[in-house]
Design a protein around this ligand. Structure first.
Ligand code: MLT
Ligand code: MN
Length: 305
């Protein structure tokens, strides 16, 4: 299985368009330790022919132009992108669907709940329904999304993770509850031999999630924030990570602690907010995550499983 990280950053990207915070200023100045990153997405393929995108970020057009594997190879109009699977309905997961208009046939895999969000928003009708199939998947249902010439199959399965409704569906004035259902999911991708899990947003580790991740050859996991209150302390916002549906990397209930006893091949942080110092390759926090056996995803990173 081949994996390309199309984008490593959380919603907003790095640098974020309206951020003048120190890290974003470093990224804009071309500081080599503050490498820019687009919004989180993976491309996965069995054989390098057909590719399945895990989330379609607002930066998808730029990501395709930066990724030769995803560019047209034949005819006058074509694309190796065969499908998009969605982990939720947030802008950073779905806005790139609009980039995929222009009458290219592909399949959108999402939970019924997230399809309902797309269905009620007429802007997504730019994806002509005679060409773009909207396929609902139930939690735990394995679906073949690609087949290689030699008969090998790439299958995906959705699993619930603790999360919340998309930001734009929150009710004003009340913090959204953390729920485990069809709003925020993780995606397991398997080729019969290897298994990858993609969980760009997760509010907490649960026993069921720990069981699901155990034994995976690679897990790309929510690296949004280093500490729960980092955006407040940096003067960048008023929300904690918990309020945004993201567990932190550090701390007793954080990602490093939650994964320390899990048997997983490669552990890779993704969906990293521009306030998280792990984005800076010269930060003490980057050294801590690497010492704990983690990699930090970067745009263009390739992983072969
Ligand atoms: C998140 O992951 O918390 C969301 O992407 C926030 C957003 O939509 O900006
Ligand atoms: Mn996000």
């Amino acid at each position: 299985m081949r994996v390309v990280v199309l984008g490593a950053a959380a919603g907003g990207g790095f640098p974020q368009w309206n951020s003048h915070a120190p890290a974003c200023r470093r990224a804009r100045r071309g500081d080599r330790a503050a490498r820019p990153a687009t919004q989180a997405s993976l491309a996965v393929s069995l054989d390098g022919e057909a590719w399945v995108l895990l989330n379609a970020s607002p930066d998808l057009r730029q990501q395709i132009e930066a990724t030769p594997q995803l560019q047209p190879r034949e005819g006058l109009r074509s694309s190796p992108i065969a499908a998009v699977a969605l982990t939720g309905g947030d802008v950073d997961a779905i806005a790139g669907l609009l980039t995929l208009r222009e009458r290219h046939p592909f399949t959108i895999y999402a939970t019924r709940r997230i399809h309902a969000v797309l269905d009620v928003n007429p802007i997504f009708e730019v994806l002509a329904r005679d060409l773009v199939v909207r396929r609902p998947i139930a939690l735990g249902e394995a679906v073949t999304v690609a087949e290689a010439a030699d008969g090998r199959r790439l299958a995906i399965e959705f699993f619930a993770v603790p999360g919340k409704v998309p930001l734009y569906l929150e009710r004003p004035g009340e913090p959204p509850p953390i729920i485990e259902g069809e709003e925020t999911i993780g995606i397991a991708v398997g080729d019969g031999q290897r298994r990858l899990c993609f969980v760009p947003g997760c509010a907490a580790m649960t026993e069921a999630l720990a069981r699901r991740l155990t034994g995976a050859d690679a897990v790309f996991f929510d690296g949004t924030l280093w500490t729960d209150d980092e955006m407040i302390r940096a003067g960048l916002g008023t929300k904690t990570g918990g309020r945004m549906g993201h567990m932190s990397v550090d701390g007793p209930a954080g990602t490093l602690a939650a994964f320390s006893a899990l048997d997983i091949g490669r552990k890779i942080l993704i969906h990293i907010n521009n306030s998280n110092p792990v984005l800076l390759s010269d930060s003490p926090e980057r050294a801590i995550v690497e010492a704990a056996g983690w990699d930090v995803a970067h745009d263009g990173m390739e992983v072969t499983l």
